[in-house]
Design a protein around this ligand. Structure first.
Ligand SMILES: NC(=O)c1ccc[n+]([C@@H]2O[C@H](COP(=O)([O-])OP(=O)(O)OC[C@H]3O[C@@H](n4cnc5c(N)ncnc54)[C@H](O)[C@@H]3O)[C@@H](O)[C@H]2O)c1
Ligand SMILES: O=C(O)C(=O)C[C@@H](O)[C@H](O)[C@H](O)COP(=O)(O)O
Ligand SMILES: [Zn+2]
Length: 360
């Protein structure tokens, strides 16, 4: 087992990586000094696969687990589903010394985390990510929340977990499309923060497509370490943390306009990264070869790169609601070549639309 720490003072926590870690969850929660009742929040796909083992481990360590199951899908990342979680926590008798285990992908993690942040004004939670995307990104850093019909993750809170338990064994049951979507966030770290990681992914495409556990474990822990160091410096996205939003400005627009769940989050991020790279080229920060290299890697990972067609006004509307929008303009993360980034403020949305070929 490999361990990393996210250093945030009295809210610091460990990320446990590797395989075979699920059976150790009960012992870890005991070590963390968590209270008796543990709500395992999961969905109707992940629950039947993994909640039994997690519940057994918790019971063996003296906890009383209760199961809260929600429907599966990005389209259910809503206030209604959040209410289903609250109902489960109340019915399960959770008190302020109880805790939540978020068992699933990013959708479960974001919603269970937000429920934990707000139920009784906050109870502890542990992230147990079971998708590649959640293992490399969403389980770390404390962004929690739900979607709004007008924009992704518009409602939420920064609320750090007490621990993150990654078990790469769980990736064996993940559907191919979902697995590949997680690779988009891996590529993201490489493009803007780690040239060597980008090259490592390029060199290991066949092993990654085969889900080689050793390669995956190394890359997952590298991503967690990059994210941890960004979050340690800027937990609440006052500046630097926005780099983790590379590819998300147009990516979130695509998810919202196409209808949540039509494009997977990672797929939309892949498309958004290519548009961000084109803007970077337009602004003289990257060359055509960098854009080509990014497109080639995403394509070799079977990810989409083409921006879907929606009305220019529709794109503009969603872009203006991006969380990086300010009075002065839209904060946009661009790449400097491969491995570095630059934040710019874009005042004129027409520049974005023109470079991305939106509206003719
Ligand atoms: N908080 C953050 O920092 C952050 C970062 C990135 C993404 N996100 C959010 O994460 C979400 C996307 O997460 P995701 O890609 O994990 O999608 P997801 O949570 O929808 O999971 C993908 C699918 O895989 C299934 N699944 C999960 N684990 C499985 C397993 N081990 N075996 C079989 N099936 C399994 C799920 O039921 C679902 O159908 C988006 O809502 C995005 O906004 C948040
Ligand atoms: O942790 C972050 O910060 C990120 O931006 C990670 C992103 O991959 C993730 O999709 C996040 O949920 C997007 O945040 P948002 O603030 O744009 O909703
Ligand atoms: Zn993301």
């Amino acid at each position: 087992m490999e361990t990393l720490t996210v250093g945030l003072g009295d809210r610091s926590y460990r990320i446990l990586g590797g395989n075979g870690n699920l059976p150790g969850i009960g012992a870890l929660c005991r070590e963390l000094g968590l209270g008796r009742i543990a709500a395992i929040v999961t969905n109707t796909t992940v629950g039947p696969l993994y909640s039994g083992g997690v519940a057994e481990s918790l019971s063996a360590a003296g906890f009383s687990p209760v199961l809260v199951e929600i429907p599966d899908g990005e389209e259910f990342k809503t206030s209604e589903t959040l209410n289903t979680i609250y109902n489960g926590l109340i019915a399960g008798g959770l008190t302020r010394d109880s805790f939540v285990i978020a068992l699933g992908g990013g959708v479960v993690g974001d919603m269970a985390g937000f429920a934990a942040a707000t139920y009784l004004r906050g109870i502890p939670f542990v992230q147990v990510p079971t998708t590649l995307l959640a293992q490399v990104d969403s389980s770390v850093g404390g962004k929690t929340g739900i979607n709004h019909p007008l924009g992704k993750n518009l409602i939420g809170a920064f609320y750090q977990p007490r621990a993150v338990v990654i078990d790469v064994d769980t990736l064996a049951t993940l559907a191919e499309r979902e697995y590949l979507a997680g690779m988009a966030e891996v590529v993201k770290y490489g493009v803007v923060l780690d040239r060597e990681l980008f090259a490592e992914v390029e060199r290991n495409v066949p092993a990654l497509l085969d889900r080689d556990k050793a390669v995956l474990t190394r890359i997952i822990m590298r991503c967690c370490s990059i994210k941890a160091s960004v979050v340690e410096k800027d937990e609440r996205e006052a500046g630097l943390r926005a780099v983790l939003n590379y590819g998300h400005t147009l990516g979130h627009a695509v998810e919202t306009l196409a209808g949540y769940g039509t494009y997977l989050h990672g797929e939309a991020v892949a498309i958004g990264m290519v548009q961000a790279a084109r803007l970077s080229e337009h602004r003289g920060l990257a060359g055509p070869a960098d854009v080509e290299r990014l497109c080639a890697l995403l394509t070799s990972l079977k990810l989409p790169v083409e921006l879907p067609v929606f009305a220019a006004d529709a794109y503009k509307g969603v872009l203006m609601r991006d969380k990086k929008a300010r009075d002065a303009g839209l904060g946009f993360v661009l790449n400097k070549g491969i491995g570095d980034f630059s934040m710019v403020c874009i005042r004129d949305m027409d520049e974005v639309l023109a470079v991305c070929g939106i509206g003719g």
